[in-house]
Design a protein around this ligand. Sequence first.
Ligand SMILES: [Zn+2]
Length: 193
Amino acid sequence: MVENRSQFLARNLAYPLLFRNYVTTELKTELEDSAHTLFLSNNITISYLDANFPFYNGCPLLPHLSHNDGKKIDISFMYLDKDKKSTTKKPSSSGYGVFVNSDQNKTNNNCVRKGYWQYDFSKYLTFGTINTLQLDKTSTSILMSKLLSMPSTKKIFIEPYLKESLGFSNEPKVRFHGCHAVRHDDHIHLEIK
Ligand SMILES: [Zn+2]
C-alpha cells in the first residue's frame, strides 16, 4: 500500500542541510497533520521549500526577507505530468523560478517596471529546469484549502491571478505580498500567527 511513500518531502536535500527547514513546533505539528490527511484523502504529497534558519530570530533568509521567525514556510504547487497525471515532480530543481504563466502575471510586470528588480529574481535560482509540467489546479486548490484550515494559519501569499484562477477570490487570508518580495507564481508562501 502507500505506507512507504513519504507524505512530506523536502524538495531538495540542500534545504535540510542548510538548516533552512527550521520552523516552530506549532507550524511543524500542523503541517504534519495536514500532510497526513492530504496524503490519505487525496494522495497529495506536500513538498516544502525554504523555511527559516534555526539560529536566532531576526536572521532573514535571502531572497525571502520575511523568513526570519520560524513561522513561515514555502510550499510547492502540485503539478500534472505530460500525460496529465498527478506527479510529485516539480518543474525546477530548487523548487523556485519556474512560473506558472509569465504572460498573465500583470503584477510581476508592474513590479519590475516600477524598479523592483528582485521581484523576478527567483528565475535565476532554478538550479536547472527538469520537467515540463503543468499546474495541477485541482490538487493545488485542495492543498491550499487544507493549509487555510489549519488553526494557526495567518495568511498565504500567491500572485493575484492565481488567487482568482484557483478559486480563492473571496478568501481574505490569501493575499498579494506586494512588490518587495519575490513573485509567488512558482510557490505558496504560508505564514502562521
Ligand atoms: Zn516565502
